[in-house]
Design a protein around this ligand. Structure first.
Ligand code: ARG
Length: 585
């Protein structure tokens, strides 16, 4: 099915050609949802934009379009208004028919894309032995949501975890490991070296203080590159321990990822440099091999270099990303590669994308997209830290959200005099706590910074996960109270839209398809949160104004179908955000 908006767009385009000829084929009718429902549901602004080209008054143009416009199946008679807007109001019968059509469909009428693509979402990507911090949490939550939406639309999605598991920092770590746990380099079994972040700090302190140790660390880097057995063994040990720690977080968040860390591309790096050389892009600059970037200049106006091989022969983060692009396009056949990282890496990606294009690796059908996001701030407006000024461990952060959700729940149960099992309480607290963290992140325009506040994100009021979960619980409460199995309502149940609040809810229910199509393009998950928030709001208004269980047939069944459709839409929408619903809370 095509969304209503798509259908209207097509009809408007046909009318434009009928009125002004084929020169006007493909003209964007500038169709938007109307800002004021008094004037209609949609408004086309194309007449205003054509005034100059046609040398006519916009109102006259609008009238000529309307004369050729055939939307009688969808809309009431179109009206020309103001300086030349075309106002369109949906017919009630059309809305009723649309709702009936999607009622029995698990996808709620939302079609799969006609042009499925191989899409890579590069997200989460923490660094081994370093703290997985709130920045990685944002990347994990946003990347997962984008992947879910693309998968739902029928794209072939590869979720890649570009883990920082290679580089000179391992020299220092392994040299330290050799000192404090020499057996780790030889024994076959995995060894628990305790807290990796503390270990990293100790190794770093040792490195900074002792020159002989620095020498040993550099030696380990060389041994690692050469594939020396004991060094490689130590490296694997460190990576495995990190992986176990990351997995705890992914399990809690219900996020799936395929790990393909930086080390994977290591053998491919010399080939990258060779390719760049062949393409004539490589320049020697103070012993390093660099590509001078177009459009990136320093303060003196000179072009900036992207270093691909350092003077000591080593490679860096950018070289690995170049190898990754090349591999993902040539081997994985990616048509769009989406990188979800903090906005601070915008220049890095712009530079890497440019070099990859100039090297000729990126075909015309391939899109490279950086999806940047802002910082997570504490309630003091500064970078999110613990009270003692350290980075917050993600595990602690999630546990705290769950614990607070549990406290809120216990208080509510006590106030309502309800008894619930331990299993119920643990489950509700976990779902509410995790959802609250995810939703707080996703509901913000990702490009801005946001303030992390447990109180706000766990509130039952406002644009929060608990509010959304509660709206769903309400729909389920209605079916329990009336002893109704929504699934048994049947596809033949008639929908009657009479009250304003019913019409408003119906129109909103039909807009999810467009919202998803938009996110598929602009990768802005907050649009879906906004949509769901409004849905909950419109449902609540409907529920306050329209008795459901107490009304007479056939209105009763029609309203129950609206409740069911709202429930299904909330459940589907939340699942795309990575949020699971609760039957009771
Ligand atoms: N490991 C990097 C970091 O923690 C993020 C990697 C993002 N992905 C990439 N292909 N560069 O900042």
């Amino acid at each position: 099915m095509n969304s209503t908006q798509e259908q209207l767009k097509e009809k408007l385009q046909q009318a434009l050609v009928a009125a002004f000829g084929t020169d006007y084929a493909g003209t964007d009718p500038l169709l938007v949802t109307a800002s004021n429902p008094k004037f209609g549901d949609y408004q086309a602004n194309v007449a205003l934009s054509l005034a100059k080209r046609l040398g006519q008054q916009p109102r006259a143009i609008a009238q000529q379009i309307v004369d050729k416009l055939d939307v009688s199946e969808i809309c009431k008679a179109p009206e020309v208004a103001g300086p030349g807007f075309i106002n369109l109001k949906l017919k009630t019968e059309y809305l009723q028919a649309q709702l009936s059509a999607i009622q029995a469909d698990p996808r709620l009428g939302i079609g799969k894309t006609k042009t499925p693509k191989r899409e890579i979402v590069d997200f989460s990507s923490p660094n081994i032995a370093k703290e997985m911090h709130v920045g990685h949490l944002r990347s994990t939550i946003i990347g997962d949501c984008i992947a879910r939406i693309l998968e739902f639309r029928g794209h072939d999605v590869l979720r890649l975890n570009h883990v920082g598991d290679w580089g000179t920092q391992f020299g220092m770590l392994i040299a330290y490991l050799r000192e404090v746990y020499p057996q780790a380099l030889t024994t076959a079994n995995a060894l628990d070296i305790g807290d990796l972040v503390t270990f990293y700090r100790q190794a770093k302190a040792r490195f900074d203080a002792d020159e002989a140790f620095q020498q040993a660390a550099r030696q380990e880097v060389v041994r690692l590159q050469a594939g020396a057995e004991d060094t490689l063994h130590a490296w694997k040990l460190l990576v495995e321990q990190s992986r176990r720690e990351f997995q705890v977080i992914y399990d809690l968040l219900d996020v799936r990822l395929t790990e393909r860390g930086e080390s994977f591309y290591n053998p491919l790096l010399p080939k990258v440099v060779e390719d760049l050389e062949k393409a004539g892009l490589l320049v020697e600059d103070q012993g390093a091999k660099v590509v001078f970037l177009q459009g990136f200049t320093n303060k003196q106006g000179q072009p900036l270099p992207l270093i691909v091989q350092k003077s000591d022969g080593g490679y860096n983060y950018a070289t690995t990303d170049l190898a990754a692009i090349r591999y993902r396009i040539q081997q994985d056949r990616a048509q769009r590669i989406i990188y979800v990282t903090d906005a601070g890496q915008a220049n890095h990606f712009a530079a890497v994308f440019q070099v990859a294009r100039r090297a000729g690796w990126v075909g015309d059908d391939v899109e490279l997209v950086h999806v940047p996001f802002g910082l997570v701030l504490g309630e003091d407006g500064k970078k999110f830290k613990t009270r003692t000024g350290e980075t917050v461990r993600l595990r602690d952060l999630l546990d705290e959200a769950i614990a607070r959700a549990r406290t809120d729940l216990e208080m509510r149960l006590q106030a309502e005099g309800r008894q619930e099992t331990e299993q119920f309480k643990a489950h509700v607290a976990k779902v509410v706590g995790i959802s609250a963290v995810k939703y707080a992140d996703l509901s913000q325009n990702r490009t801005s910074d946001y303030v992390f506040s447990y109180d706000k994100m766990l509130s039952l009021k406002g644009n929060t996960a608990p509010y959304m979960l509660y709206a769903y619980v309400r729909t389920q409460g209605i079916s329990r109270e009336g002893n109704i199995d929504y699934e048994q309502l049947g596809a033949d149940a008639k929908i009657l839209l009479q009250e304003d609040t019913e019409l408003t809810l119906a129109k909103h229910l039909l807009q999810l398809e467009q919202v998803i199509a938009d996110i598929e393009q602009d990768l802005m998950p907050h649009r879906l949160c906004e949509y769901l928030y409004q849905l909950s709001d419109k449902f609540n208004q409907f529920y306050e104004n329209c008795p459901v269980l107490k009304s007479e047939e056939p209105v009763r069944t029609s309203r129950l179908v609206l409740c069911h459709l709202t429930a299904k839409t909330l459940k589907l929408g939340l699942s795309l955000l990575g949020i699971e619903v609760l039957e009771r809370m």
